[in-house]
Design a protein around this ligand. Structure first.
Ligand code: AMP
Ligand code: ZN
Length: 467
């Protein structure tokens, strides 16, 4: 298996520290608002990575942090006049609901920053003892980037050329503001009642130290994979490396994987630009989590993905075609009376091998899906010519189920999830049609539709599809 490693700017063979087991850390959401689908592009890429590793028989231990204290959470909780905890709780809950909607597999751990302040304080103490950190006049503890010889090794920033100011207190800063960054921020009035006691007085941690302290706690000093969007490379990940490697004297992470931006109208989708959709916005427009998942899967994770409503409409059509394909296969697997066709097994094996090889080559999902579409096209022709046996169809369905470990929206088992009462209505409707009672048939179709299902008439009877 190969991945593009941002640290070396190369596609590299992946080797986990422990055979068959992968430890990975994923920078999670800052829970100050609802996540937008730009954020979900990153979480979807991480889901693809996690599922691909599992597909290739690795066991995965994934940790995703929740940033529930930082400049933005404090600012907005004060605006809303509620405690920081009450404020972030609501967005944590919404985040988990959104993950479920997109069928993103849960990580093994979701540590929240506010539950790990002692671990952060311990790490800052070590950095002070080792001389990498210092207390400034403003009472804050800063990391001295010139003490860490490797500073810039991930992002390529040049200390000599770009250093513009001595230090910076904000958590997020631009690439041209290379500076000492805050590990511990001394309390000031703007922080209100948000503070923790520390050996340096009351205050709160900076954003970057959260991820260093929590990744070490759950994954150890050195682990396999660290992920995020490309906007995390600098300063966040650069600063994580500086903190962790200075404190522990060990390599922090073996593989750094970053996804490209989700774009809207030519710009990065972001809260600050206001060009964003939340999942709730898209649901209101009638789109399902499955359709959104499909759009987010469809382009290579390192490429920019231009998000449009038309893209979602295309996803709907594609999924409809796939559903038609699987429904036909199910029908054949139960009813076909034709003899087995070795050509079909051959095509199935080839498709699955190509699909796997594409994913193993830096998660090339567009290519993997290309092999799947080509396969569907060929099998559709064979099915139309009655050249697919019941056993053939069962083998294809098994294979699709396997691919769905990664794709997560083929919904092979879906028809079984259709409620019994809807199935009964569909049955009554086909009876009514048989008896030429079209008014009753139409009434039953309307009733089915108003319950959220569509009927598609096929030669082997009506197919029920969840809308
Ligand atoms: P934040 O809450 O801003 O820290 O972002 C959470 C995650 O979403 C990070 O991994 C970011 O890199 C990622 N992210 C934010 N905006 C986008 C975008 N437009 N496209 C892709 N990833 C994004
Ligand atoms: Zn992080």
């Amino acid at each position: 298996m190969k991945f593009y490693n941002t640290m070396t700017n190369q596609v590299e063979e992946f080797k986990s520290i422990k055979p068959g087991f992968v430890k990975m850390y994923t920078c999670g959401p800052t829970v100050y608002n609802y996540a937008h689908i730009g954020n979900f592009r990153a979480y979807m890429f991480e889901d693809l990575l996690r599922r691909t590793l599992q597909f290739c028989s690795y066991r995965v231990l994934q940790v995703m942090n929740l940033t529930d204290v930082d400049d933005k959470t404090i600012r907005d909780s004060q605006k809303a006049s509620v405690s920081l905890q009450e404020y972030t709780e609501k967005f944590k809950k919404a985040f988990f609901e959104d993950l479920e909607l997109l069928n993103i597999e849960p990580a093994e751990q979701y540590p929240a920053a506010t539950d790990h302040i002692p671990e952060m304080i311990d790490m800052i103490k070590i950095l002070l003892e080792k001389g990498y950190a210092y207390c400034a006049d403003d009472g804050c503890i800063y990391y001295s980037i010139e003490k860490f010889a490797d500073y810039g090794k991930l992002s390529g920033v040049d200390l000599q050329e770009q250093r513009s100011s001595v230090r910076i207190k904000n958590d997020e800063y631009a690439k041209d503001a290379v500076a000492d960054f805050a590990l511990w921020k001394a309390w000031d009035e703007d922080d209100g009642d948000v503070f923790w006691n520390s050996p340096w007085g009351k205050g709160r941690p900076g954003w970057h130290i959260e991820c260093s302290a929590m990744s070490m706690k759950y994954l150890g000093k050195t682990f396999d994979i660290h992920t995020g969007g490309v906007d995390n490379i600098f300063p966040h990940h650069e600063d994580e490396i500086a903190q962790s490697e200075a404190a522990n004297g060990k390599k922090f992470v073996n593989y750094w994987l970053h996804c490209g931006y989700l774009m809207a109208e030519g710009q990065k989708m972001s809260k600050s630009l206001g060009n964003f959709y939340t999942l709730a916005d898209l649901q209101k427009k009638g789109f399902s989590g499955r359709e959104i998942r499909w759009v987010l899967l469809g382009s290579h994770y390192r490429q920019q993905l231009n998000f449009t409503i038309d893209g979602l409409k295309t996803a709907r059509k594609t999924l409809f075609r796939i559903d038609g394909f699987t429904a036909k296969l199910k029908d054949i697997s139960e009813n076909a009376k034709v003899s087995e066709n070795t050509e079909v097994s051959k095509l199935t094996n080839e498709m699955q091998a190509e699909f796997t090889a594409s994913l193993e080559n830096d998660l090339n999902m567009p290519k993997a899906l290309g092999s799947l579409f080509e396969f569907i096209r060929k099998i559709n022709i064979l099915m139309n010519n009655k050249k697919v046996s019941a056993t053939n169809a069962q083998i294809i369905l098994k294979s699709l189920e396997k691919l769905d470990m990664v794709i997560g929206c083929l919904d092979i088992q879906k028809e079984e999830e259709i409620p019994e009462e809807i199935k009964q209505l569909a049955k009554q409707r086909s009876e009514a049609r048989k008896n030429k009672d079209y008014a009753e048939a139409d009434r039953l179709r309307d009733e089915i539709q108003s319950s959220g299902y569509e009927l598609e008439d096929t030669p082997s009877g009506a197919r029920i599809i969840a809308k």
